[in-house]
Design a protein around this ligand. Structure first.
Ligand code: PEP
Ligand code: MN
Length: 348
């Protein structure tokens, strides 16, 4: 159950009054700070009719929502349905595709190449920069990342003014990223079912304004399993989640994964959260990234996360295979803006 106050937020005496009511029924309250409005989730066995009546009767409560849904916060009918994720000056889903671009992995030996890529991407119109500081590699002998690399992406943010996105895989990385006020915390496909990490991210980033880009589990997570994973983050306090389909396994022979842009309208119809598709890991080859991006936007995606590098051949992660150059990114952005006008939109 979700409590929606008449004002944007409950004051402390109102919160105390509600806490004492729910306490009688062995429940607790969690404040979730939306963009314009706070909502309050009742945690515990919230099915008591008497508790519902007593809270609904309070003069400062607009309504108590009791929607039947496996993901009561992520549901399109939930009190958060009007919530708008905001990253820097961008609101994914509004006006034009929200584009995250940048190399797979930041090369700590070559900071200037990352910085130059960042400037080139800003010039062609990306809305946020990506770059891996810590990497989930299939092979333990591959480059695993380096704490120092965060300084390079922070410098790129400073110089370009663009919000930054990077993946965190554990608590230590999460804390470093939060201290650095990283704008978008990425959860990779390998951690898509790591519920302890999802809860920790939601809790520690609550109220920070940081967004979370949650990749789809590559084991072919169903729309409901994917949305429920995001629910963990929101239920722990951070509603700024974006869902990121990125291809599933087994791969379609010839692609890196099995492209899954077509899950987008299913997500859009069930949840209010922006969908930001990753075409790069999905197809895994630079030459198919434009087609996959256009398909994603046609299916109603609010944005894209695209690997892009000034000199893909010099990339130390996935870039040599799948990164597009900033010049290709320019074409991609302009074609996707055209496609945006014809995109699928959720039914009411
Ligand atoms: C990445 O974004 O570089 C990455 C490793 O993503 P995924 O978790 O989708 O494989
Ligand atoms: Mn990558």
């Amino acid at each position: 159950m979700m409590i929606i106050p008449k004002a944007n937020k409950l004051d402390s005496s109102q919160l105390q009054e509600i806490e004492s009511i729910v306490g009688e029924f062995d429940c607790t309250i969690l404040e979730i700070q939306g963009h314009n409005q706070c909502v309050y989730a009742i945690l515990g066995d919230e099915t008591h009719a008497l508790m519902f009546k007593r809270i609904a009767g309070l003069s400062f409560v607009r309504k108590v929502d009791a929607i039947e849904s496996p993901y009561k916060l992520m549901d399109r009918r939930s009190a958060l349905s009007e919530h708008q994720v905001q990253l820097g000056i961008s609101k994914p889903g509004m006006n034009s595709p929200f584009i995250i671009g940048g190399p797979c992995t930041i090369d700590p030996q070559n900071p200037s190449l990352f910085i130059e890529t960042a400037h080139a991407l800003k010039d062609v119109g990306v809305n946020a920069l990506r770059g891996g500081v810590w990497k989930p590699r299939t092979n333990p002998y591959s480059y695993q990342g380096d704490n120092q690399a965060i300084e390079i992406i922070l410098q790129a943010r400073e110089e370009t003014g663009l919000p930054i996105d990077l993946e965190v895989m554990d608590s230590d990385q999460l804390k470093i990223a939060l201290d650095a006020k990283v704008d978008i915390l990425q959860v990779g496909t390998r951690n898509a079912l790591n519920y302890s990490l999802l809860k920790e991210i939601g809790k520690l980033s609550a109220g920070s304004g940081s967004g979370v880009l949650l990749k789809r589990g590559r084991h072919v997570a169903s729309p409901d399993e994917f949305i429920a994973a995001a629910e963990y983050i929101v239920a722990a306090g951070n509603p700024n989640v974006m869902l990121c389909p990125r291809g599933t396994t087994p791969p379609l022979d010839g692609y890196r994964n099995h492209p899954d842009e077509s899950i987008t309208p299913l997500l859009k119809n069930r949840t209010w959260a922006p969908v930001v598709v990753d075409p790069s890991h999905s197809v895994g080859h630079a030459e198919y990234v434009l087609a996959s991006s256009l398909a994603a936007i046609a299916y109603g995606a609010d944005g894209l996360c695209v690997e892009s590098h000034l000199k893909p051949a010099k990339g130390i992660g996935d870039d040599p295979k799948q990164a597009i150059t900033p010049e290709k990114m320019r074409e991609l952005i302009s074609s996707c803006r055209e496609m945006w006008k014809h995109r699928y939109q959720p039914r009411d």
